[in-house]
Design a protein around this ligand. Structure first.
Ligand SMILES: Nc1ncnc2c1ncn2[C@@H]1O[C@H](COP(=O)(O)OP(=O)(O)OP(=O)(O)O)[C@@H](O)[C@H]1O
Length: 461
């Protein structure tokens, strides 16, 4: 493992390029823009420089004489370096660009280089990192922009979402109903350079077919009966920001064609308008459907699918990450207790066990509804088994009856020694600590809390 010098947003940029003409051009352009620069003619040289010099951002060509720019990126990320990284790929190698973002690049540039674009990309990446560092801690304490998930697949999802958020490409979010697709879309928007502009969400299944075009693109006065004024569409309302198209699988074929055109041309035409208007919107689409099947059935356009699915993110269903349930339960109890101005001090072990054992076909939404209901019904500060919806209780009862006697101490409702939420939290922290072999940094990362907070909790024990 190579030891890396720390990075700071104000440290020099490192340009890695074996073509001396391009190297000079980049150096000159970036120095003119006020950045200090270091150069390397190979990835090996770059690693040597990075081991002793502080660097804010690496801009590297993919094709290099020894190890490639992508291998350099991989090596850095494997070594735990979070230095900014912009990849330069040859024209027509979009696969490489996608690959690089997946591997942890912040952005990519395509040859022939547009120098203005280089400056903008460098500025954007450094600015984004500066903000991310500033807001990192509080955001992590409440999950990823409110999305709770300590399991490895969720951490990988948050990492991918953060990377994709920085690009301008459309994103497709896949996941069963209730997995948090809209939450993720909002998180991507909040992580993106468009965070200050509007996030507009629309459920494509909820707009009647005949109104869809006008809803999306707006209309001119007199375009149809009832069009008494000019009206903006969703694309105009989301100007500068992100447009979230939920249930995209429900969009009519006619509108799919128009959306594809809007994505390709970056213009839209209001109903009844003569001319096209430019748009500046990032599309985030989501579906719980299997779009490939929809294509086979002739319901979804394959060209639109390919345009959207280059950058797709899949949210795993809750049953694939049962380790997330416990923290979701404690967070959701706290959320709904606060909303209902109630104090919940304890959860009955049998209630917790029932919540942990259930497979959640309706995913987090179903879990949240169960917890919200239980908080409403809870009395004397105790969330008990009887407060849960019947289907959870029944399943748990059946399991309990079939369990060999003595196997499940904690699930015996007659046991009076119920742990408090605080105790549940402590046990959970211990579980994660054990799983990481006592590694406190990893434990804090998995728990999504600052290391400071973890030390404090451990001291309290
Ligand atoms: N990981 C999570 N952490 C906290 N809350 C979550 C999480 N996932 C989902 N939720 C909550 O579950 C509910 C459903 O989430 P959301 O509407 O984003 O799901 P969805 O996948 O878009 O559902 P649908 O496909 O039915 O539209 C919301 O109340 C959301 O706050």
């Amino acid at each position: 493992m190579t030891r890396m010098a720390p990075h700071s947003p104000r440290a020099p940029l490192l340009i890695v390029e074996d073509d001396s003409a391009i190297l000079e051009l980049l150096e000159e352009e970036l120095q003119d823009a006020g950045y200090a620069t270091l150069v390397a003619a190979s990835a090996e040289d770059a690693l040597a420089t990075l081991s002793h010099s502080e660097v804010s951002l690496v801009i590297s060509d993919v094709r290099l004489p020894g190890i490639s720019g992508l291998q350099l990126l991989q090596q850095l990320r494997t070594d735990g370096s979070e230095v900014g990284f912009i990849v330069i790929t040859a024209f027509g190698t979009i696969d490489q660009a996608v690959e690089s973002l997946k591997m942890g690049a912040d952005d990519f540039l395509t040859k022939p280089l547009d120098l203005e674009g280089v400056r903008e990309a460098v500025f954007r990446v450094l600015e984004h990192r500066r903000l991310a560092e500033r807001f990192d801690r509080p955001a992590r304490d409440e999950g990823f922009h409110g999305i709770i998930g300590d399991s490895e697949p969720m951490h990988a999802l948050f990492r991918d979402a953060t990377r994709l958020a920085r690009s301008e490409a459309p994103i497709l979010i896949l996941g069963e109903s209730g997995t948090g697709k809209e939450l993720l879309a909002r998180a991507i928007h909040a992580e993106s350079p468009r965070a200050e502009a509007p996030f507009v969400a629309v459920n494509c299944a909820s707009i009647p077919g005949e109104l869809m075009e006008s809803e999306f693109f707006g209309h001119r006065k007199g375009a149809f009966t009832g069009a008494t004024d000019n009206r903006q569409g969703l694309f105009q309302a989301a100007r500068g920001g992100s447009l979230f198209l939920d249930e995209i699988g429900e969009m009519s074929p006619n509108l799919q064609a128009k959306l594809l055109r809007a994505l390709q041309e970056k213009t839209v035409k209001a109903v009844g308008a003569e001319t096209e208007d430019p748009i500046d919107v990032r599309i985030i689409a989501a579906t719980h459907r299997d779009l490939e099947r929809e294509i086979e059935a002739g319901h979804f356009r394959s060209d639109l699918f390919f345009r959207l699915e280059t950058f797709s993110l899949r949210i795993p269903p809750l049953r694939e990450r049962p380790g997330d349930i416990e923290r979701l339960v404690s967070t959701l109890i706290a959320k709904h207790a606060a909303a209902q101005e109630k104090r919940i001090e304890r959860i009955e072990p049998a209630a917790l066990q029932a919540l942990l054992d259930y497979p959640y076909p309706g995913n987090v939404r179903e879990l949240e509804n169960a917890v919200m209901r239980a908080v409403t019904l809870a009395e004397a500060g105790v969330l008990s088994h009887a407060d849960l919806p019947e289907r959870l209780r029944q399943r748990h009862e059946t399991q309990r009856r079939h369990a060999p006697s003595g196997t499940s101490q904690a699930t015996r409702p007659e046991q009076g020694n119920w742990p408090s939420l605080e105790e549940v939290e402590k046990r959970y922290i211990q579980k994660v600590l054990d799983a990481t072999g006592g590694n406190k940094r990893k434990t804090a990362d998995i728990l999504g809390i600052a290391r400071r907070t973890l030390y404090r909790r451990l001291e309290e024990e």
